[in-house]
Structure formats: structure tokens, C-alpha cells
Design a protein around this ligand. Structure first.
Ligand code: HEM
Length: 298
């Protein structure tokens, strides 16, 4: 039985760091995977850190061809939507997501990992994130409501046991910056029309506009995903780290196309106030597959 990396399901942590990595010049992908597989986060009961590691799908496939989903590919091309809206493709070779109770433990773990991976990979992008008002994103709306429960999330996220990449999952990581001045210039009513839910009490609108975010990403249409979005940034420059997992790439990709207006010409109203700065897909292998790459354990 191949099991999904458990940090994906560790809800309620107050501090996060996302590191995207480029393989060092001349470095062998197998050695990078092995170096990441050998990382150990502090395993304390309090003050422990969750570590989730993933790889550019093509890089993982080159190292473990029999243990890679056949049709999974990186975010290799930008998505050109309607009205000149663009979702950039900023694929990197690996990703590490750390989460813990406070930023000091995440900071120390991140610092140690950067030292451990010296010579194997360089940090291409680093983002520190933190929850806002318990469960809201920086639009002020509750984020994650329509997620599957933790009991159901394993089936939504984990690739079935009889398929290549079993127990692994597909991660879409996309950093969005908010145009807060434009968003906050809207009335609460207009914000609710853009989101498709009410703001204070988080109820789905009975007659939500087709342009609303919730209509554009409707899971009954596109399939279910598990989101671990987090706010990031400073008061003057901030947004949402979209962190979405699914056993298949298609639902995530179809949601992006729908938000960009490529499905039926209707663009997501939220994209008029938030803009993607990055976009990458990673294969997050099962615990067993990743540990199997740790040369030190062999
Ligand atoms: C700035 C970026 C984003 C923000 C602030 C945001 C925020 C939200 C909020 C507040 C909701 C309503 C509550 C809920 O979570 O169910 C929601 C729903 C949802 N979002 Fe996003 N989101 C963003 C980007 C994305 C992206 C890029 C995707 C997909 C690739 C996505 C997929 C979904 C899905 C699947 C739902 C639930 C739809 C349903 O009701 O079935 N979101 N989002």
C-alpha cells in the first residue's frame, strides 16, 4: 500500500513556507531526488514541522519512469485567456512545502534544508504564508469551504493503488497577487457577486453570476480537488498562494481554463482583482516512493 505524504492533510498550522527549486547546473536529477528524499524535518510533538516534497513531472519521470503518472506534465506554457488575461508558466524542478506551529520553527527548518540541498539545487522562489482571521483569504472571504472532509480528501488527492504513481498526487502551485485597492473599492454586494458566496456568513448565492469564482470552478462540473490555500505577503504587497491537490491533473487544468474564459468565453470576475504571478505543477510522490529514493537508507 502506497501512502500519500501526510503534510498535505495537516490542517490548522499557523506558519508555512513554499520553496521552489531549480536543479544546479550539471547536477543529476537522480541525485537531487535522493537529496530531497533524505531530508528530515524536526519530529517533535509540539514545534514539529510538516514537510511535503514534489518534483517537476518530467524530472520525476526521468528518475522513476514506472512510478510516474503517464499523462502528467509541467506548467510548460502560459494560459492565454480572454481580454489579454494571462496565467504565466513558471515551472521549476522541485518544491518543498513546510508548515508548522510558528514561523521560527519553519524558518529554522527551511534554513537547514537550504544548506542540505546546497550544490543540488538553488531556491528559485520562496514564499512565507500565514492564516488570516482563522480561515479567510485576503479578499476577506472564507476559503476552503467546499473542500472534501479529511476522510474524503485522501481519495480525492491520492492516485489509486493500481495506477502508475500510486499514492502520489498532483500539486498546482500558483502565487496570486491581489489588487486590494480595486477589490476594496467594490461594495460587499459586488464582492459577493464576484465570489459567488456571501462575505460575512459564507453562504453560496442562490443565483450566482456565471462570472463568479465559485461558478467558474464548480467542482460538480470539473471534479473535486483539495485546496490548502494560504495568504502571503505584506500590507503593501500580498495575495493568495493557491495550493491545490488532485489525483488527476485534468480538474485543476480545466478550472484554470475556465477561470481564464477559455471554456465558454466567460472569465472569472476574481481575475479582474487578483493576478497570477507564478504557475507550476508538481508530482508529489507517495511516502514509499520518496523514501525509496533515499540512498542513505539503502
Ligand atoms: C487569488 C486566488 C484565489 C482565491 C482568493 C480563491 C478564493 C476562493 C474562495 C473564497 C472560495 C469560496 C469558498 C470555498 O473555498 O469553497 C473559492 C472556491 C473555490 N476555488 Fe478558489 N480562489 C483562488 C484561486 C483558485 C484557483 C486558481 C482554483 C483552481 C485552479 C480555485 C478553485 C476553487 C474551487 C474548486 C472552489 C470551490 C468551488 C465549488 O463551490 O465547488 N481557486 N476560492
Amino acid at each position: 500500500m502506497k501512502t500519500t505524504q501526510s503534510g498535505i492533510f495537516s490542517l490548522g498550522t499557523a506558519s508555512h513556507a513554499y520553496l521552489e527549486w531549480d536543479i544546479a547546473d550539471g547536477q543529476n536529477p537522480r541525485d537531487l531526488v535522493s537529496a530531497i528524499a533524505s531530508l528530515r524535518a524536526p519530529r517533535l510533538t509540539t514545534g514539529g514541522v510538516n514537510l511535503v516534497a514534489g518534483f517537476r513531472p518530467e524530472l520525476w519521470r526521468s528518475v522513476a519512469p514506472d512510478d510516474a503518472p503517464t499523462d502528467l506534465h509541467g506548467f510548460n506554457q502560459e494560459i492565454a485567456g480572454v481580454d489579454d488575461f494571462v496565467m504565466p508558466a513558471t515551472q521549476h524542478d522541485a518544491v518543498i512545502w513546510l508548515s508548522g506551529s510558528t514561523y521560527d520553527v519553519v524558518f529554522d527548518a527551511t534554513h537547514a534544508i537550504i544548506a542540505d540541498l546546497k550544490g543540488f539545487a538553488t531556491v528559485a522562489d520562496e514564499t512565507a504564508s500565514w492564516p488570516y482571521r482563522h480561515n479567510r483569504d485576503l479578499t476577506g472571504f472564507v476559503d476552503g469551504t467546499e473542500n472534501p472532509s479529511l476522510l474524503d480528501a485522501h481519495d480525492v488527492v491520492g492516485i489509486p493503488q493500481d495506477r502508475p504513481g500510486a499514492g502520489g498526487t498532483v500539486l498546482l502551485l500558483q502565487k496570486w497577487i491581489h489588487d486590494s485597492a480595486a477589490w476594496e473599492s467594490l461594495s460587499v454586494h459586488d464582492q459577493e457577486q464576484a465570489m459567488g458566496r456571501t462575505k460575512p456568513d459564507n453562504v453560496e448565492l442562490d443565483h450566482k453570476p456565471a462570472t463568479s469564482h465559485v461558478a467558474r470552478t464548480d467542482q460538480d462540473t470539473f471534479g473535486h480537488v483539495f485546496r490548502r490555500n494560504m495568504p502571503y505577503g505584506t500590507t503593501t504587497r500580498h495575495g493568495t498562494m493557491f495550493v491545490g491537490f488532485c489525483a488527476e491533473q485534468r480538474p485543476l487544468a480545466a478550472m484554470l481554463e475556465s477561470m481564464a474564459g477559455l471554456t465558454n468565453g466567460i472569465r472569472d470576475a476574481l481575475t479582474r482583482y487578483t493576478h497570477p504571478l507564478t504557475g507550476a505543477y508538481y508530482f508529489v510522490p507517495s511516502n514509499e516512493s520518496l523514501c525509496g529514493m533515499d540512498e542513505a537508507q539503502k
